[in-house]
Write a protein that binds this ligand. Structure first.
Ligand code: FE2
Length: 245
Protein backbone atom coordinates (compact mmCIF):
# COMPACT_ATOMS: atom_id res chain seq x y z
CA UNK A 1 0.00 0.00 0.00
CA UNK A 2 1.45 3.33 -1.06
CA UNK A 3 -0.09 6.45 0.37
CA UNK A 4 -0.69 8.85 -2.54
CA UNK A 5 1.60 11.79 -2.84
CA UNK A 6 0.06 15.15 -1.95
CA UNK A 7 1.59 17.54 -4.49
CA UNK A 8 -0.02 20.56 -2.81
CA UNK A 9 2.17 19.95 0.27
CA UNK A 10 5.24 20.99 -1.69
CA UNK A 11 3.49 23.78 -3.57
CA UNK A 12 4.42 27.33 -2.49
CA UNK A 13 0.90 28.48 -3.29
CA UNK A 14 -0.30 26.39 -0.33
CA UNK A 15 0.33 27.09 3.36
CA UNK A 16 2.44 24.99 5.69
CA UNK A 17 0.87 22.23 7.75
CA UNK A 18 -0.97 23.18 10.86
CA UNK A 19 -0.64 20.05 13.03
CA UNK A 20 -2.27 18.80 16.20
CA UNK A 21 -1.63 15.62 18.14
CA UNK A 22 -3.81 14.22 20.88
CA UNK A 23 -4.19 10.94 22.75
CA UNK A 24 -7.68 9.48 22.77
CA UNK A 25 -8.30 7.54 25.94
CA UNK A 26 -10.95 4.86 26.13
CA UNK A 27 -11.42 3.98 22.45
CA UNK A 28 -10.04 1.55 19.92
CA UNK A 29 -9.05 2.96 16.50
CA UNK A 30 -12.08 1.18 15.01
CA UNK A 31 -14.27 3.89 16.52
CA UNK A 32 -12.64 6.56 14.38
CA UNK A 33 -12.77 4.29 11.31
CA UNK A 34 -16.55 3.89 11.84
CA UNK A 35 -16.90 7.60 11.02
CA UNK A 36 -16.19 6.87 7.35
CA UNK A 37 -19.80 5.72 6.94
CA UNK A 38 -21.36 7.95 9.59
CA UNK A 39 -23.55 10.30 7.55
CA UNK A 40 -25.72 11.48 10.46
CA UNK A 41 -22.89 12.72 12.68
CA UNK A 42 -22.18 15.47 10.17
CA UNK A 43 -25.42 17.14 11.21
CA UNK A 44 -24.98 16.75 14.96
CA UNK A 45 -21.23 17.06 15.30
CA UNK A 46 -20.02 19.04 12.30
CA UNK A 47 -23.14 21.20 11.91
CA UNK A 48 -23.72 20.36 8.27
CA UNK A 49 -26.58 19.04 6.20
CA UNK A 50 -25.10 16.09 4.29
CA UNK A 51 -26.93 16.36 0.97
CA UNK A 52 -24.83 13.76 -0.79
CA UNK A 53 -23.11 10.89 0.94
CA UNK A 54 -21.45 7.92 -0.69
CA UNK A 55 -18.84 5.33 0.27
CA UNK A 56 -16.57 3.26 -1.93
CA UNK A 57 -14.30 0.58 -0.49
CA UNK A 58 -11.78 -1.13 -2.71
CA UNK A 59 -8.52 -2.90 -1.95
CA UNK A 60 -6.80 -1.05 0.87
CA UNK A 61 -8.68 2.22 0.33
CA UNK A 62 -11.98 3.40 1.78
CA UNK A 63 -13.60 6.55 0.35
CA UNK A 64 -16.21 8.88 1.69
CA UNK A 65 -17.78 11.45 -0.64
CA UNK A 66 -19.78 14.15 1.09
CA UNK A 67 -21.37 17.37 -0.10
CA UNK A 68 -23.05 19.56 2.44
CA UNK A 69 -24.29 22.93 3.50
CA UNK A 70 -24.00 24.55 6.91
CA UNK A 71 -26.62 24.64 9.62
CA UNK A 72 -28.26 28.05 9.68
CA UNK A 73 -28.97 27.77 13.41
CA UNK A 74 -25.25 27.41 14.14
CA UNK A 75 -23.77 29.82 11.65
CA UNK A 76 -25.67 31.99 9.16
CA UNK A 77 -24.87 31.18 5.53
CA UNK A 78 -24.85 34.93 4.86
CA UNK A 79 -23.09 36.42 7.89
CA UNK A 80 -22.92 40.20 8.21
CA UNK A 81 -19.13 40.09 8.47
CA UNK A 82 -18.14 37.45 5.91
CA UNK A 83 -18.72 35.96 2.48
CA UNK A 84 -21.86 33.95 1.66
CA UNK A 85 -21.24 30.24 2.19
CA UNK A 86 -22.51 27.87 -0.49
CA UNK A 87 -21.42 24.68 1.27
CA UNK A 88 -18.60 22.18 1.20
CA UNK A 89 -17.51 19.27 -0.93
CA UNK A 90 -15.29 16.61 0.54
CA UNK A 91 -13.54 13.51 -0.74
CA UNK A 92 -11.95 11.72 2.19
CA UNK A 93 -10.09 8.46 1.77
CA UNK A 94 -8.24 6.08 4.01
CA UNK A 95 -5.26 4.48 2.33
CA UNK A 96 -4.48 1.61 4.65
CA UNK A 97 -5.82 1.36 8.19
CA UNK A 98 -4.63 4.61 9.67
CA UNK A 99 -4.01 7.38 7.17
CA UNK A 100 -6.77 9.49 5.67
CA UNK A 101 -6.45 12.30 3.17
CA UNK A 102 -9.45 14.59 2.93
CA UNK A 103 -9.72 17.04 0.05
CA UNK A 104 -12.14 19.50 1.51
CA UNK A 105 -13.33 22.57 -0.38
CA UNK A 106 -15.34 25.39 1.12
CA UNK A 107 -17.48 27.11 -1.48
CA UNK A 108 -18.22 30.79 -1.10
CA UNK A 109 -20.04 33.20 -3.33
CA UNK A 110 -16.73 34.94 -4.01
CA UNK A 111 -14.75 31.78 -4.69
CA UNK A 112 -13.57 28.48 -3.22
CA UNK A 113 -11.17 27.77 -0.40
CA UNK A 114 -9.35 24.48 -1.05
CA UNK A 115 -7.96 22.62 1.92
CA UNK A 116 -6.34 19.25 2.50
CA UNK A 117 -6.80 17.58 5.82
CA UNK A 118 -4.78 14.60 6.98
CA UNK A 119 -6.17 12.45 9.72
CA UNK A 120 -3.96 9.66 10.99
CA UNK A 121 -3.75 7.53 14.08
CA UNK A 122 -1.94 4.65 15.69
CA UNK A 123 -3.00 2.38 18.52
CA UNK A 124 -1.30 2.57 21.90
CA UNK A 125 -3.24 -0.46 23.11
CA UNK A 126 -6.74 -1.87 22.68
CA UNK A 127 -8.37 1.12 24.35
CA UNK A 128 -6.19 4.08 23.53
CA UNK A 129 -4.88 5.66 20.38
CA UNK A 130 -2.91 8.67 19.28
CA UNK A 131 -4.65 10.92 16.78
CA UNK A 132 -2.81 13.41 14.62
CA UNK A 133 -4.35 15.76 12.14
CA UNK A 134 -3.08 18.57 10.00
CA UNK A 135 -4.40 20.94 7.42
CA UNK A 136 -2.99 22.96 4.55
CA UNK A 137 -4.93 25.66 2.76
CA UNK A 138 -4.55 27.02 -0.76
CA UNK A 139 -3.48 30.63 -0.68
CA UNK A 140 -5.95 32.73 -2.57
CA UNK A 141 -4.66 34.69 -5.50
CA UNK A 142 -3.98 38.26 -4.53
CA UNK A 143 -3.93 37.35 -0.84
CA UNK A 144 -0.67 38.07 0.97
CA UNK A 145 1.21 35.07 2.45
CA UNK A 146 0.64 36.31 5.98
CA UNK A 147 -3.09 36.62 5.40
CA UNK A 148 -3.19 33.14 3.85
CA UNK A 149 -1.37 31.65 6.84
CA UNK A 150 -3.83 33.41 9.14
CA UNK A 151 -6.69 32.00 7.09
CA UNK A 152 -5.11 28.53 7.32
CA UNK A 153 -4.74 28.88 11.08
CA UNK A 154 -8.36 30.00 11.35
CA UNK A 155 -9.46 27.10 9.18
CA UNK A 156 -7.34 24.66 11.16
CA UNK A 157 -8.99 26.01 14.29
CA UNK A 158 -12.41 25.36 12.78
CA UNK A 159 -11.48 21.81 11.76
CA UNK A 160 -9.94 21.24 15.19
CA UNK A 161 -13.18 22.36 16.80
CA UNK A 162 -15.07 19.83 14.66
CA UNK A 163 -12.62 17.06 15.46
CA UNK A 164 -12.80 17.79 19.16
CA UNK A 165 -16.54 17.19 18.98
CA UNK A 166 -15.73 13.74 17.59
CA UNK A 167 -13.13 13.25 20.32
CA UNK A 168 -15.72 13.82 23.03
CA UNK A 169 -17.65 10.90 21.57
CA UNK A 170 -14.63 8.61 21.20
CA UNK A 171 -13.70 9.33 24.80
CA UNK A 172 -17.07 7.97 25.87
CA UNK A 173 -18.00 5.43 23.19
CA UNK A 174 -18.44 1.76 24.06
CA UNK A 175 -17.42 -0.73 21.36
CA UNK A 176 -20.38 -2.67 19.95
CA UNK A 177 -19.51 -5.53 17.63
CA UNK A 178 -23.03 -6.15 16.35
CA UNK A 179 -24.87 -2.82 16.31
CA UNK A 180 -28.52 -2.73 15.29
CA UNK A 181 -28.67 -0.34 12.34
CA UNK A 182 -31.20 1.58 10.32
CA UNK A 183 -30.63 2.18 6.63
CA UNK A 184 -29.24 5.69 7.12
CA UNK A 185 -26.55 4.43 9.51
CA UNK A 186 -24.60 3.39 6.43
CA UNK A 187 -22.57 0.30 5.60
CA UNK A 188 -20.97 -0.14 9.03
CA UNK A 189 -20.55 -3.91 8.68
CA UNK A 190 -19.05 -3.67 5.18
CA UNK A 191 -16.63 -1.00 6.40
CA UNK A 192 -15.58 -3.13 9.34
CA UNK A 193 -14.99 -6.07 6.97
CA UNK A 194 -12.73 -3.78 4.92
CA UNK A 195 -10.91 -2.70 8.11
CA UNK A 196 -10.54 -6.32 9.26
CA UNK A 197 -8.06 -7.02 6.44
CA UNK A 198 -5.45 -5.11 8.45
CA UNK A 199 -5.84 -7.43 11.45
CA UNK A 200 -5.29 -10.74 9.65
CA UNK A 201 -2.32 -12.30 7.89
CA UNK A 202 -2.17 -11.52 4.18
CA UNK A 203 -3.10 -15.12 3.25
CA UNK A 204 -6.26 -14.77 5.35
CA UNK A 205 -7.53 -11.68 3.54
CA UNK A 206 -10.85 -12.69 1.95
CA UNK A 207 -12.51 -11.16 -1.16
CA UNK A 208 -15.24 -9.54 0.95
CA UNK A 209 -12.52 -7.47 2.67
CA UNK A 210 -11.06 -6.05 -0.54
CA UNK A 211 -13.68 -6.34 -3.29
CA UNK A 212 -15.09 -3.07 -4.59
CA UNK A 213 -18.14 -2.01 -2.65
CA UNK A 214 -20.24 1.10 -3.28
CA UNK A 215 -23.07 2.51 -1.26
CA UNK A 216 -24.86 5.82 -1.49
CA UNK A 217 -27.10 6.81 1.38
CA UNK A 218 -30.37 8.49 0.44
CA UNK A 219 -30.21 11.53 2.70
CA UNK A 220 -33.57 13.02 1.65
CA UNK A 221 -35.60 11.91 4.68
CA UNK A 222 -33.05 12.78 7.38
CA UNK A 223 -32.38 16.18 5.82
CA UNK A 224 -36.11 16.94 5.78
CA UNK A 225 -36.35 16.13 9.49
CA UNK A 226 -33.20 18.11 10.29
CA UNK A 227 -34.48 21.12 8.33
CA UNK A 228 -37.58 21.16 10.55
CA UNK A 229 -35.32 20.95 13.64
CA UNK A 230 -33.14 23.84 12.46
CA UNK A 231 -36.17 25.98 11.61
CA UNK A 232 -37.62 25.30 15.07
CA UNK A 233 -34.31 26.36 16.66
CA UNK A 234 -34.29 29.57 14.61
CA UNK A 235 -37.92 30.32 15.49
CA UNK A 236 -37.26 29.70 19.19
CA UNK A 237 -34.26 32.01 19.09
CA UNK A 238 -36.22 34.73 17.28
CA UNK A 239 -39.03 34.43 19.85
CA UNK A 240 -36.50 34.74 22.68
CA UNK A 241 -34.94 37.82 21.07
CA UNK A 242 -38.38 39.42 20.62
CA UNK A 243 -39.28 38.66 24.25
CA UNK A 244 -36.03 40.13 25.57
CA UNK A 245 -36.49 43.18 23.34
FE1 FE2 B 1 -16.45 13.54 12.49
Amino acid sequence: MTIPRIPQAADPTWTDWNWTQITIEGSHCREIIDNVVDMAHFFYIHYAFPHYFKNVFEGQSAYQYMNGTGREDIRAASPKDGPVSLGTTSVAAYHGPSFMIDELTYHYEDGDIDTILINCHYPVDENNFVLMYGVIVAKKEGVADQEAEALAAQNAGFIKFGFEQDVAIWNNKAPIDNPLLCEEDGPVYQLRRWYQQFYVDVEDVTPEMVDRFEFEIDTTKPNEAWQVEVEANLAARAALETASG
